[in-house]
Design a protein. Structure first.
Length: 691
């Protein structure tokens, strides 16, 4: 006897056949297959009516009915089996009640019903993976360490002699002296053949990148640690005329009509520079224009200049490759960028800071009425110097001018771009000179308002400018606007020195180790993060309640209680943040290429990490600069038991992963009994026996 096709496959094929996928859509055929062959052969033009059988079922429908009947016959339990199951269910029934009239269904029908219910609801889970941790977890990284080796993919299988024979991936131990920090960083060496393309053309940006934000924070921290921090916050705005110049070098129609022969654009003829030989660099002065004579043959040596009747240069024999693409270049005279205007302002402020300046008025306070008034007496403000020790005593030099500026261009209420700039300065004046100082700032700027504010906490000046541009509050969704040219800049004296590499190792499995430490630290921080979120939510609700109370005109005592609650929640959140940073270790699962240590014990923590990674996790500790085999042996002996435990745990979970999935088997009679019992209970047909 042949194999029996399942009923669900039979129904599926039958549905496809009736839909026309497996045959003709015409289900009722007037002729049989033999009759159709006779008609197609031309033996008969048509067959009489009495030779045809009307309402005859097709062969496919007949086969489906026979197969379905045979399937139901094989899967229908015998009568004596059903009676025995019913008798056993009656004997072991826990409650007295009439039998359920519901038809008993076997497990296959229940599975089909549950499957149809799930398919009707749709998939509750996303089709795409919400996280890549299943493919890049620490276990996967540990397992893939020995399977692949980092190497440079050479073009056409040829290796460059200038390239290093070392692996392109290394683990560097770096130190930053000004902050006392240590970190381990996985570094990839870019081969010479894969060097990135040089930047060309104009630069446009829509937001600050994460790298830019980190540079701003590091520079602010460096200035705070080594130079006292920034003390002044400056905001610059642009008037209508300057905004038109920034957005395409335009001019106001009313201004253009009165400027006469001057226009916002200038036409410049493109010229070709002269080159005497292939060994001489191209000169800067043009000697022939686009109308000169050209040749496709390279000629060495000095060529005579061809002159026309008026004595002007008609051109010498230049190469066709040197011919300009366009005859003229259109220069926008009025066009400028935010970076150019801010640089002009900072150059003027730097001279004012280092040379001193003259205040045209001062703000004084009357001794009797204590009212402030403006004194028009001029006062000379001395320049800023710094002393440098030398062999002959201290020497005075001009002081460094520290600044950080960030530009943004969000849309205003009318949808128009609103460019403005935020600047951090390390410059303060006496209170009676502040008015003249601000007036001098606005005069040098000359394109709008210049708002000056004093920073109360110079140690946290970096957060001022980041919050001002909305990056820290909104993240990547901040609408900072499209800007041409530089978006930010940092003074050379304010830039944080780069990390210094003190040792370089082979990477081996260090990325998996960093990933594991990231998991551990995040698990430790999770309760603190929940506490911080709860405090933040309570603070937001209190602020909303205070705003509502102010609108309703609540008593002053109630408002003070709400304000004190807000202050208390802020202090609690600050304490939680300090506790989260108490370990002074920075590592995350999102970045398995870096781990850093802060504080006075940063060096000891780095040494402990390297020893633990080498002994307890099998890191090679193969240093490129010195031989550390003795330290490696010492770490292996100290962490021997923990390494064996780690390997046993890996082997156990790998065995669990490779185990076959157990196939669950169910007794049909038991399933039928309990499902009928459940149906009786849900419909209320059960009477309890115990009273």
């Amino acid at each position: 006897m042949g194999s029996i096709r399942p009923q669900d496959e039979i129904k599926k094929n039958d549905a496809c056949f009736r839909a026309g996928f497996l045959g003709s859509k015409i289900q009722v055929q007037p002729y049989s297959q033999q009759e159709m062959q006779l008609l197609e052969a031309g033996l008969f033009k048509k067959l009489p009516v009495y030779d045809r059988v009307l309402n005859r079922k097709s062969k496919h429908v007949t086969e489906v009915e026979i197969a379905t009947e045979h399937f139901e016959k094989l899967n229908r339990p015998p009568e004596h089996v059903r009676e025995a199951a019913a008798r056993i269910a009656e004997d072991y029934r826990l409650v007295n009640g009439r039998k359920s009239p519901t038809q008993k269904m076997d497990s296959r029908k229940w599975d089909i019903r549950n499957t149809l219910r799930v398919l009707g609801r749709g998939t509750p889970y996303p089709i795409e993976l919400a996280s890549t941790e299943s493919h890049f977890s620490q276990d996967v990284l540990y397992g893939s360490t020995g399977q692949s080796t980092a190497a440079i993919l050479h073009e056409k299988g040829k290796r460059n002699d200038d390239e290093s024979k070392l692996a392109p991936v290394s683990f560097q131990v770096q130190h930053r002296e000004w902050s006392g920090q240590y970190r381990g960083q996985v570094v990839t060496q870019t081969p010479v053949s894969n060097a990135p393309d040089a930047n060309a053309g104009e630069r446009f940006s829509e937001k600050l990148t994460s790298r830019s934000v980190s540079k701003i924070f590091e520079s602010a921290a460096y200035t705070s640690t080594c130079h006292g921090g920034f003390t002044t916050f400056l905001t610059l705005t642009f008037n209508k005329e300057q905004r038109l110049r920034i957005f395409g070098g335009l001019a106001d129609p009313s201004d253009v009509s009165s400027i006469g022969a001057h226009h916002p654009v200038r036409f410049r003829r493109n010229m070709v520079t002269y080159k005497s030989s292939e060994f001489v660099k191209r000169t800067e002065s043009p000697v022939c224009n686009i109308g000169g004579a050209y040749t496709s043959i390279a000629i060495d040596g000095q060529m005579p200049k061809l002159m026309n009747a008026s004595g002007e240069i008609a051109g010498d024999y230049c190469l066709l490759s040197q011919k300009p693409k366009a005859e003229f270049t259109i220069d926008k005279i009025l066009e400028t960028t935010i970076g150019k205007e801010v640089s002009r302002l900072l150059d003027g402020l730097k001279k004012m800071y280092q040379r001193g300046w003259l205040a045209d008025h001062t703000v004084q306070t009357d001794k009797h009425s204590h009212a402030k008034y403006s004194d028009l007496t001029h006062e000379q403000v001395p320049p800023h110097f710094k002393s440098i020790p030398t062999d002959f005593g201290p020497s005075f030099m001009k002081d460094d001018f520290h600044y950080i500026w960030v530009a943004e261009c969000p849309a205003n209420e009318d949808g128009e771009p609103n460019p403005h700039v935020h600047v951090l300065l390390r410059w303060t004046v006496e209170p009676h000179l502040f008015s003249a100082w601000a007036k001098r700032f606005e005069k040098i700027w000359g394109h709008g308002f210049a708002k000056l504010e004093r920073i109360r906490e110079p140690k946290a000046a970096g957060s001022y400018i980041i919050k001002a541009v909305g990056y820290a509050a909104k993240g990547d969704n901040a609408e900072q606007g499209l800007i041409r040219g530089n978006r930010y800049n940092i003074a050379k004296c304010s830039r944080a020195p780069a990390w210094e590499c003190i040792a370089s190792f082979e990477a081996d499995n260090i990325t998996a180790i960093i990933k594991e430490l990231g998991y551990r630290l995040e698990r430790w921080k999770k309760p603190l993060e929940r506490t911080l979120n709860r405090l933040s939510y309570q603070k937001r609700q209190t602020i909303k309640a205070k705003a509502t109370a102010i609108k309703k005109g609540e008593p002053e005592d109630k408002l003070k209680k709400m304000q004190s609650r807000i202050i208390r929640l802020e202090k609690q959140a600050l304490n939680v943040k300090k506790e989260m940073k108490s370990r002074q270790v920075h590592v995350s699962t999102a970045n398995n290429f870096s781990i850093s240590f802060d504080g006075k014990e940063a060096k000891d923590k780095l040494d402990d990490f390297l020893m633990w990674a080498a002994g307890a996790r099998g890191w090679g500790m193969d240093c490129r600069d010195m031989d550390l085999s003795e330290l490696k042996n010492e770490a292996d002996g100290f962490y021997h038991d923990r390494f064996i435990q780690f390997k046993d745990k890996q082997a156990y979970w790998q065995a669990v992963l490779n185990d076959p999935i157990p196939i669950e088997t169910h007794d049909e009679n038991e399933l039928s009994y309990w499902k009928s019992f459940t149906a009786d209970y849900l419909e209320g047909r059960l009477t309890p026996m115990l009273r």
